[in-house]
Design a binder for this molecule. Structure first.
Ligand SMILES: Cc1cc2nc3c(=O)[nH]c(=O)nc-3n(C[C@H](O)[C@H](O)[C@H](O)COP(=O)(O)O)c2cc1C
Length: 394
């Protein structure tokens, strides 16, 4: 049956509405007709809709997704609103200094790049772009076990110190072999992630598996949207059940073993209670990363800024780092005041990469660093050592 004129117009309107540019415009009303240039974005949040518009939906969903109803993703942000500052006046802050020494490396600021998988889904340059961005900002990139590029090649992509994030698997032998490779390639710190003993149900991804072909592996090629989805059989979602990782068999004895094999500091990432922080200290962890994985594993995991205080208390002299939901300089300052040594950011760096490649990642980090400096200046804190608990009120 031939289409009517009305049906043609409706179909064309639907096509326009589904285009990336139209999606961006819905989210970025102030830029009107066009995609914004990098310089036009005034904060980190504004990179997300540009990234969303530029990437195939399944790639964006992989970055954005949390578990179940994504309550923890939202709560990571909401929890910052419960903390205000107690700013001090009449302090000379003209010699503002955000730098710090962390595990033997001098960084420009206490904002690091969290380990995130598959940067090739955000930009064709993948982790090479991230490594160069980190070097430009003089901060640490933690490279994920599930990176798009080989760890040795990423190590060589810039001369600035980098850390390696370790997921145990697929077996112990392979785990230790990768650890040795990372140390051999010059990674300065091993970050063992312990909060994923089972694969979590990221429902956005399950839906995408049905709707479009999900990128196979996390290769450096940016996955292409299917040209004609109706022509192909839908891909079935994986069976809804427990998908255990090697991690579900491991306990602190594994940590002891790993620690013995490493000639660099070993941090433990994914700690959310004082009890586990205390155990990490007893087992000789060189650092603790308080993290709920950006709300991607346990739904109703607490916001990290809520539990940071108890973890810092239990950690004693062991440095505590924190991530999950950090988007503003003031978020970072709150964590530093509670006792964190530094903060890691995950999605914002991927939004930067997805929106503008390496330059976007640099800009995201620079924006957060500048916001932190401004917040410190307005609170009468000229350097990191002057920041303490008296700065915040719950
Ligand atoms: C797309 C994506 C991939 C991630 N991949 C890893 C990973 O491979 N290893 C890991 O330890 N954490 C991974 N994480 C968690 C981050 O290290 C970090 O804990 C989290 O992103 C912080 O929250 P934020 O994204 O709100 O900043 C990933 C997070 C995202 C968003």
């Amino acid at each position: 049956m031939p289409f009517t004129r009305r049906q043609y117009i409706q179909a064309f309107a639907a096509y326009l509405a589904a285009s990336p540019l139209a999606r961006a415009q819905r989210d970025l009303p102030y830029t009107g007709e066009r995609m914004p240039s990098l310089e036009e974005l005034v904060n980190v949040f504004e990179f997300e809709p540009v990234c969303k518009a530029r990437l195939p939906q399944q790639n964006y969903d992989f970055i954005a997704g949390g578990v179940d109803n994504e309550w923890s993703v939202r709560h990571n942000r909401e929890a910052f609103d419960k903390i205000t500052f107690r700013p001090r006046m009449m302090v000379d802050t003209s010699g503002m200094d955000l730098s710090l020494d962390l595990f033997g490396s001098k960084l420009s600021c206490p904002i690091l790049i969290a380990p995130t998988a598959g940067h090739g889904l955000a930009t064709s340059e993948g982790e090479f772009a991230t490594a160069r961005a980190a070097a430009k900002v003089q901060t640490v990139m933690a490279l994920s076990t599930n990176a798009s590029q080989q760890l040795e090649k990423v190590a060589a992509a810039s001369s600035f110190p980098k850390w390696y994030q370790l997921y145990p698997g697929p077996d112990l032998e392979g785990t230790f072999e990768r650890t040795y490779r990372a140390m051999g390639a010059g990674f300065k710190v091993i970050v063992l992630t312990v909060d994923g003993p089972y694969g979590s149900h990221r429902e956005r991804l399950s839906r995408d598996r049905i709707r479009v072909a999900v990128p196979s592996g996390l290769g450096a090629r940016t996955a292409k949207r299917r040209q004609r989805p109706d022509d192909e059989e839908p891909v079935k979602p994986p069976p809804y059940g427990l998908s255990p990782a090697l991690m579900n068999r491991l306990d602190w004895r594994f940590f002891d073993d790993l620690k013995k094999r490493c000639n660099v500091p070993v941090l433990i990432k994914g700690i959310l209670t004082a009890e586990d922080a205390e155990l990490a200290r007893q087992h000789g962890a060189d650092g603790i990363v308080c993290s709920n994985h950006g709300g991607r594993y346990l739904e109703y995991a607490p916001a990290t800024i809520e539990v940071l205080s108890e973890i810092v208390g239990a950690a004693g002299n062991v440095p505590v780092l924190v991530d999950s939901g950090f988007r503003r300089g003031t978020d970072v300052l709150k964590a530093l005041a509670i006792g964190a040594k530094a903060v890691l950011v995950g999605r914002p760096v991927l939004w930067g990469l997805g929106a503008y490649g390496e330059a976007g990642a640099v800009r995201v980090l620079e924006l957060m660093r500048t916001e932190l400096a401004l917040a410190m200046g307005l609170c009468g804190k000229p350097n990191l050592t002057s920041i303490n608990r008296t700065l915040v009120k719950f």
